[in-house]
Design a protein around this ligand. Structure first.
Ligand SMILES: [Zn+2]
Length: 151
């Protein structure tokens, strides 16, 4: 019984981590608008560092906590974080499919392999199979990102 309880707790922690990760990734592109160019650029850079740091599992929790703390120091971003934190994980995943996978955008945007077809869709989780509604073809990863600079 104790084992089961511990597993539940670990699951909750994981979900909380993912929720926080999505919230941070979702707010990051908005910080320049929310905080102005100078402060926004600084916060954006710091968040980028924390998110890179968060890729390593042993540092993830601390990195996400620090990123959240940073966002909470400004009233404008604090409000956004609060709004997003009210949503449950399922809703967040739906709203920000890129963020759920750690922002590996090019790896999760899939496109129809049929020449001339522009159908594209974001994968919500690793290994998800998506099909073009027009050609019934399995979507394949987009080879080159359509935009250059990000963030
Ligand atoms: Zn197609």
């Amino acid at each position: 019984m104790a084992e089961d309880q511990r597993d539940d707790m670990l699951l909750d922690e994981k979900e909380e981590e993912e929720r926080l990760l999505i919230v941070i990734q979702a707010v990051k592109p908005e910080v320049r608008e929310l905080l102005g160019d100078e402060e926004g650029a600084h916060v954006n850079r710091s968040l980028g560092q924390y998110l890179r740091w968060a890729r390593s599992p042993q540092h993830r929790q601390q990195a996400l906590t620090r990123a959240a703390d940073l966002l909470e120091t400004y009233p404008q971003t604090q409000v956004r974080v609060k709004q997003l934190k009210q949503k449950d994980l399922h809703e967040l995943r739906g709203l920000y499919p890129y963020a759920a996978t750690g922002g590996e955008v090019s790896a999760i945007i899939l496109q129809c392999p049929v020449e001339g077809c522009t159908y594209r869709k974001a994968r919500q989780y690793a290994g998800q199979r998506l099909i073009c509604p027009t050609h019934q073809a399995n979507l394949v990863p987009v080879r080159k990102p359509s935009t250059g600079a990000m963030g």
